[in-house]
Design a binder for this molecule. Structure first.
Ligand code: KG4
Ligand code: ZN
Length: 334
């Protein structure tokens, strides 16, 4: 085998995903079967429903990925899989599929952290330059991660309550928007003006931590108070005001950390990285700063397996291996 070919599996939440990535950066196939339609009517991801869909989808998605890449298992160097964090029942489907595949074909099994995957989505579009700072914003996480080299992750700040994506989804519910609400708020915000004065949680002056639950409550209260006065607030303005509060804090703290840690590069990662307002605000901020900014395309921001393969390739090269006792770990540390 001349080329390294990683087959990666991701099933931590509500996407069944399999990808094949050549030599760490070249996407041969990146198949994602989304379950959003099944969860929509419940207004969020139902873990048991997610697991059942993963069971139904995993072999179909795997075969489709191999076919799309035009390779067979004989071409595969190693199998990488998301070990955690995520929904335990969902993780287990991917982990067991990966174990079966690796065992049957005598291949190494490489465990990958889901957030490492989100960060490494950037490796599929650009060379990573260390030290770097990653802003990870997803449905379950909001973290500033400092990386001094491949495979080394130092969390310098994280959310103390809701994740950014979670706040988006909860505010969307208040506005009766479908799940997941992030993209809907994003779209509304484009047509609104940030006229409402909503709070920004800066926390202690030197802290890189985040907090979004106060903002979420402020939005809910604003809507209820207006309703009591018989007024309505334009949903576009509410979305724009909420979004501006979230983005202000994310961008400011990221820029401050980039300066303090004197990083070469700033990477955006996670599902909320798909947010148009956040992308534009980061681009505007960093256009005047020395740090290079990388933002992956949308399809690499939300959950996918190509990012797991990109992180898995580095882990594979560093000799990271799992044995047949590998389990899904819902609260896995980075
Ligand atoms: O990374 P991801 O696909 O799954 C997790 O690992 O959590 O992130 C999903 C989150 C959801 O909360 C969704 O509402 C949010 O990303 N999201 C967005 C946008 N697209 C997805 N949030 C704001 N603006 C968007 N355009
Ligand atoms: Zn994710």
């Amino acid at each position: 085998k001349q080329d390294e070919m990683i087959l990666a599996i991701e099933t931590s939440c509500d996407e069944t995903a399999v990808a094949l990535v050549k030599n760490g950066t070249e996407i041969m196939a990146n198949v994602v079967a989304s379950q959003i339609e099944s969860h929509k009517r419940f207004g969020g991801v139902v873990p048991e429903v997610a697991s059942r869909h993963h069971v139904e989808q995993i072999t179909v998605v795997m075969e489709e990925a191999l076919q799309m890449a035009g390779v067979t298992m004989d071409d595969v160097t190693a199998v990488a899989v998301t070990e955690g964090p995520g929904l335990v029942g969902a993780l287990l489907i991917g982990v067991n599929a990966a174990k079966a595949l690796a065992f049957a074909h005598g291949l190494p099994l490489v465990p990958v952290h889901h957030i490492a995957g989100h960060i490494y989505a950037n490796r599929l579009i650009t060379e990573m330059k260390f030290p770097l700072l990653a802003l990870v914003v997803s449905g379950g996480h909001t973290e500033l991660v400092l990386m001094k080299e491949h495979g080394s992750f130092e969390v310098i700040g994280e959310t103390r309550d809701d994740a950014a994506g979670e706040a988006y989804d909860k505010v969307a519910r208040t506005l009766n928007l479908p799940y997941p609400g992030g993209p809907h708020i994003d779209r509304l915000a484009q047509d609104g003006a940030p006229v409402l004065n909503l709070p920004r949680a800066w926390l202690e002056a030197d802290s890189y931590d985040f907090s979004f639950s106060g903002l979420k409550s402020a939005v809910i209260n604003t809507v209820h108070n207006a309703a009591q006065r018989g007024e309505t607030i334009k949903p576009e303005d509410l979305a724009a005001s909420f979004q501006e509060s979230v983005i202000d804090v994310l961008v400011e703290k990221t820029a401050r950390a980039a300066r303090e840690y004197d990083v070469k590069q700033v990477l955006l990662a996670g599902g909320v990285a798909a947010n148009k307002g956040l992308r534009a605000a980061l681009e505007a901020k960093f256009s005047g700063l020395p740090q290079e900014l990388a933002i992956p395309p949308l399809y690499l921001c939300t959950d996918n397996a190509a990012m797991i393969a990109a992180a898995g390739s580095i882990a594979y090269q560093k000799g990271k291996r799992a044995d047949w006792a590998l389990n899904g770990v819902p609260g896995l540390d980075l």
